[in-house]
Write a protein that binds this ligand. Structure first.
Ligand SMILES: [Zn+2]
Length: 432
């Protein structure tokens, strides 16, 4: 384990309300000293990084990632997915339970931790599924999985259509304190849909899913959270209606949190015409009105966190055409520059607000001891050059898959140095 001394950076630690120029020393894997606080640094034994002109943030957390292992290792593995995460500036990722087999028992939670311990470049925190085998008809042993280290529960990819089961899951959330993360699409309204319902779907002759498919489930689940006192977390918000329902829920004091993914605040459904299956995802890309509402939600705090929904698929799978290709895009390596180019640079979020949505806020939602630069905290740090301009080069991606609509985009504001417990991670093969 290396010690690390990061000098002259703009230290931004939203959890402690710190935004000041200075230095950080990491010793024995922990933050040992921040600008005069803590045990004095011993830079002679440390890796020294000059961060002049750069932002020094807590290690970023992506609370919505599909690592695909076990079962879909042709798309991604815990090793390759976390390598992509590290290259994208993330030191911690939360992996979804829709693997094969589904992560639906305490033993399977332990297996994820075991594989991650052997192969992962970043910290990995697993979600367990809400229902057995994601079938939507019987709750899992959430109590046992939580004890085994599950940081939350999700049937992501599908919606739990049975409201009574969701009530029971949220009641257990209220009792134990973990979050229930929901993918919100009314299955009967989005059956066979491959994109958003609107002008473009009509033009292309494709079946579309209406905003109402998402809004109905978001509304239902907020009511169930209100009824039970459970913690509801709405995954990948895509509609203006969902933003407003979450806003109203928060005003009423419901324990509801939410996240939004870059593609949902950067791209509209028109992208389907240009990019085909690399613009196919669930929930789908929507309209400019929805983008405007999501950005307003990010600004006013209705949407708490930014996550990627990194969803790797092979070129062969994405080549099946709009009707048969799987949903989703990779996102770990383009999140930071999309945040800085599309949210920070236009003035929607300050640098500190953007960083909070990828560090302290997801840590709080998940109840994990990450996302801060407090003395004594785990020494995970991400350094960002907010002026660095680069093109997205998918051929250099460390993911196994390359399904992204952002290939070739020129973006400004990139992660440069990522440290996990003081050790450098995320280097691309060419820079090794
Ligand atoms: Zn989902």
């Amino acid at each position: 384990m290396s010690d690390a001394f990061i000098t002259n950076g703009r230290i931004i630690d939203p959890a402690n309300n710190i935004d000041e120029v200075g230095a950080i020393f990491i010793a024995d894997g922990k933050i040992a000293w921040v600008n005069g606080n803590g045990k004095p640094p011993e830079p002679q034994t440390a890796d020294v990084y000059n961060a002049t002109g750069l932002v020094v943030a807590p290690g970023l957390i992506d609370m919505h990632v599909h690592l695909r292992e076990p079962g879909f290792e042709h798309k991604e593995t815990i090793a390759t997915g976390t390598a992509a995460a590290a290259a994208g500036g993330f030191t911690s990722v939360v992996c979804m339970a829709n693997t094969s087999p589904v992560i639906d028992t305490p033993e399977k939670i332990e297996q994820i931790y075991d594989i991650a311990h052997e192969t992962a470049e970043t910290n990995v925190f697993p979600f367990g599924s809400i229902t057995k085998n994601l079938a939507g008809d019987e709750l899992t042993d959430m109590r046992g999985m939580h004890a085994a280290g599950a940081v939350g529960f999700s049937d992501d990819g599908v919606t739990v259509m049975n409201a009574a089961l969701m009530r029971d899951a949220l009641a257990l959330s209220a009792e134990i304190g973990f979050p229930i993360m929901v993918h919100c699409e009314e299955h009967n309204l989005n059956a066979r849909a491959v994109m958003n319902l609107g002008e473009t779907s009509r033009k292309l002759g494709l079946i579309g899913s209406p905003n109402a498919a998402e809004d109905i489930i978001v509304g239902r689940d907020i009511m169930l959270a209100e009824m039970t006192g459970g913690h509801l977390h709405v995954l990948h918000v895509s509609t203006a209606g969902a933003v407003e329902l979450i806003r109203q829920g928060k005003h009423r004091g419901v324990h509801v949190t939410a996240e939004a993914c870059p593609h949902h605040w950067v791209l509209t459904d028109k992208e389907v015409e240009k990019q085909g299956t690399n613009a196919r995802m669930h929930p789908p890309l929507r309209t400019q009105d929805d983008i405007d509402a999501i950005i307003e939600g990010l600004r006013d705090g209705t949407i708490d966190a930014i996550a990627t929904d990194h969803a790797p698929h092979t070129p062969q799978e994405k080549a099946r055409g709009m009707l048969d290709a799987p949903n989703g895009i990779i996102g770990l390596e383009t999140c930071v520059p999309l945040v800085f180019t599309h949210l920070v640079r236009p003035g929607y979020l300050t640098v500190a607000e953007a960083i909070a949505k990828m560090t302290s806020i997801p840590a709080k939602i998940l109840g994990i001891d990450r996302g801060t630069l407090s003395v004594g905290a785990v020494g995970d740090v991400t350094v960002i050059d907010t002026d660095l301009v680069n093109q997205v080069d998918v051929t250099k991606s460390r993911s196994k898959s390359q399904n992204t609509p952002f290939a070739g985009w020129e973006l400004k504001g990139w992660q440069t140095i990522t440290l996990r417990q003081g050790n450098r991670i995320g280097m691309r093969p060419s820079s090794r």
